[in-house]
Every structure is written in C-alpha cells, then in structure tokens.
Ligand binder design. Structure first.
Ligand SMILES: *Cc1c(COP(=O)(O)O)cnc(C)c1O
Length: 381
C-alpha cells in the first residue's frame, strides 16, 4: 500500500519554478563553469563537478524521497557505493549481507579489499553469524533488503541495534524497494543508497546513483568525496531523473500489483519449483516484510523444474519479457542470475546461496498483469 502523501510528494520533490523565466521544469544547465564578478565572487556555483543547478534540484528531490536532510547524486549506483566506502580507513571492518548485488561484492572484494578494508559476508537472517562477525573494528554494517536475487528480507531495526552497539554506521541499499515501499532512515539507517538506474530512473535509459543522509557531518564527508573524486552525473541525466521521479509512486503501485499477480500465478503452477517474493504469505519472512515495508515492489524470482535445457526452452518461448540485466524499468525483464548478473559471485558462494541453473529473476514491469501471466503461462506449458 502506497502512503497517499507519496503521490503528491514525488510530483513536487526538489522542483520549484526557475527564477529568471518561471519555467515550471528545472532547466538543463549544460555548463561546466560559471562567470565570476570578482575573484571568488559568484552566485554559488563555480564549477559543475562541485555543483550544478540541475543536479542541485535532483539532490533536493533525493532528500525529499527518503525524508532526510541531504541527498547526493552520483554517476552510478556503484559510484555512490565507492563514495560511502571511502569514509573508511585501512583496517576497518564492514559486515555485508551475503547475497548483495553482484557488482557490490565485486567492488568490495576486488577493489577495496586491497586497501586493507576487511569485508565479512554473512547471512543477516542468521543473527548468530552477524554476532560472530562483529568486532571492535566493525565500522559499517552494509544491508541490502530485499536481497538480490533471492529476495531474503533483513531486519533493518535489528541491524541498526548492532551498529549502534559498535558505534558503526548502518548503510541500507534501498534500490529493490524504492523509497516508496521502504524508509530505512526511519528504521535506524545512517546512510540510504540507491542505484537510480533501477526504479527511481524507471525507464531503462539512465545509469545513476544516490546517497541520502540526515547527519550534517556525514553529509559533508560524503560530499567531499563526491567533489574530490568527481563521480558526478551530468545535467541531462539529472534532468531525466527529476522527470522520472514525478511518476515514481504510480509506477511502483503498478509494479507491485503486477508482481503479486505473477508471484501468485507462479506459486500455483506445477512446473515451478519455488517462488521468492516477500509479498507471498509463504515467504519465510512475510511478517517481517509486512512490518518494515509498505509494499513489496516488482522483483520476483523462481526456480523452474527440470534441467537447464528446460530453462533455455522456457526463455526461448517467453514473450513480452526481454532477456536482459538490470531491473526496475517500465518494461518486464527476465534475467538468469547464475550466467548473467551474478556471474562474478564466487561459484562456491553461489551454490551456498542457492543461485543455480534453474533460477530466474523477473523484473515485473507496468504492462497489463493479465498479459504478463498469459506470456509466462504459455512459455511454461
Ligand atoms: C544495480 C544495482 C547496484 C549498482 O548500481 P549501478 O547503477 O549499476 O552502478 C547496486 N545495488 C543494487 C541493489 C542494484 O540493483
């Protein structure tokens, strides 16, 4: 269920009429630099890596979406993540949920581990594992919920308690839920992060990332990384995202409605082995999902019965759903995690997590739900 106030909030987030002309839409300020009246006397902008009015409007919109004080825009979700990790020093430890987005695991294992930051991957639905990983060096707990691709639900409040006990920061990657269905900051997260490539962008035409925080000191530190390292989005991407945000609530409502219909259909189908969707009562963490999410979003994973040849046949027969990586766009997509999005996850870990040859992940779009069910039904038969 979408909070009715969200429909209004997203339409107006970050946007005010432009001062010179009254233009209702924020203009695309396609400029790298700004004329100064005297050395270091200017109107608040001096160079577009440091600030750009179109990006500023987007950052205000980001803050409004997560109900926090500050938003920061990045060139991609991973650029947002690297800015957050740069808060840490060599020797610091991070506890990370084990089925994070494949690219997040790659960033941590293959890029930042070599600087002496220690990443401990654990199953965060198992508190014993979390407690065993905590130490006096724990500086950050990194949560992605629901997880990808198995849609496990992690208790944000519980993780925030662990973080507080260690005076560590709790980071929540809220990409899968979108700001419409989950508000991690209210549940104790210090930093909320999104790949805006997904639901916030929503049209499969932008790569982008967002960081949202309320603490001013933390904001200043991440803003410094944004400025000093420079992984910023351009004004056109910023404009397109501002435009996307206006329809975020209506899109999420339809994504969820369709996903529930598809998940229920798949669950009852004899050729389907198991369905993973937090909005199904059969989901092992349905109660937790209901208490920390106001809706269940549009991601559905399932295991097909049979062998890999049956999976290939199914994909071959499937209409409407295009075979592609990514998610959160208006059009429905199907992905084979083992061979596509999660190919960089170490083989042993993939097996342990249950990412096998029969697993498929659907990003349910905003088409007619009956059409989606019919397409899946025909391919299954
Ligand atoms: C896609 C994704 C990312 C990475 O974002 P990019 O925009 O591709 O860099 C991070 N986290 C999650 C959950 C994602 O789905």
């Amino acid at each position: 269920m979408i909070d009715s106030g969200d429909y209004t909030k997203v339409v107006h987030a970050g946007v005010k009429p432009e001062e010179m002309t009254g233009a209702i839409m924020t203009p695309i300020f396609q400029t790298s630099t700004y004329v100064q009246t005297a050395p270091n006397e200017h109107k608040g902008w001096d160079y577009s890596r440091a600030g750009n009015p179109t990006r500023d409007a987007l950052e205000e919109a980001f803050a409004a979406l997560e109900d926090v004080n500050y938003g920061l825009a990045f060139a991609s979700g991973l650029a947002a993540e690297q800015a957050v990790i740069q808060l840490l020093d060599s020797g610091d430890e991070v506890i990370v949920c084990d089925d994070v987005y494949g690219g997040t695991g790659r960033l941590f294992r293959q890029l930042f581990a070599k600087y002496g930051i220690v990443f401990k991957f654990v199953d965060m639905t198992n508190y014993g594992q979390v407690e065993a990983a905590l130490s006096d060096k724990t500086k950050m707990i990194w949560v992605e919920t629901p997880t990808n691709p198995l849609l496990k639900v992690i208790d944000i409040q519980k993780m925030s308690q662990y973080a507080k006990d260690k005076k560590a920061l709790l980071v929540v990657d809220n990409t899968f839920s979108s700001p419409i269905f989950q508000s991690p900051h209210k549940l104790g997260a210090d930093i909320v992060l999104h790949s805006t490539t997904k639901y916030i962008g929503g049209h499969s035409d932008i790569i982008g990332g967002a960081v949202m925080v309320s603490d001013e000191h933390l904001y200043e530190k991440i803003k410094f990384v944004q400025f000093a390292a420079g992984a910023t989005p351009g004004p056109i991407e910023s404009f397109l995202l501002l435009r996307s945000i206006k329809t975020l609530a209506v899109r999420m409502a339809k994504h969820e409605e369709n996903a529930l219909q598809v998940a229920s259909f798949l669950e009852a189908h004899p050729k389907v082995d198991s369905v993973f969707y937090p909005g199904l009562e059969s989901h092992p963490q349905y109660d937790l999902a209901k208490s920390q999410m106001s809706g269940f979003s549009g991601m559905v994973s399932f295991n097909l019965k049979g062998d890999y040849t049956d999976v290939l046949n199914f994909l071959d027969k499937l209409t409407i759903f295009e075979l592609a990586e990514s998610l959160g766009g208006v059009e429905s997509l199907v992905n084979h995690p083992e061979k596509m999005t999660h190919a960089s996850v170490p083989e042993a870990l993939r097996q342990e997590l249950g990412i096998g040859p029969n697993l498929l992940r659907l990003s349910i779009g905003i088409e007619d739900g009956n059409d989606l069910v019919e397409a899946l039904g025909k391919a299954l038969d």
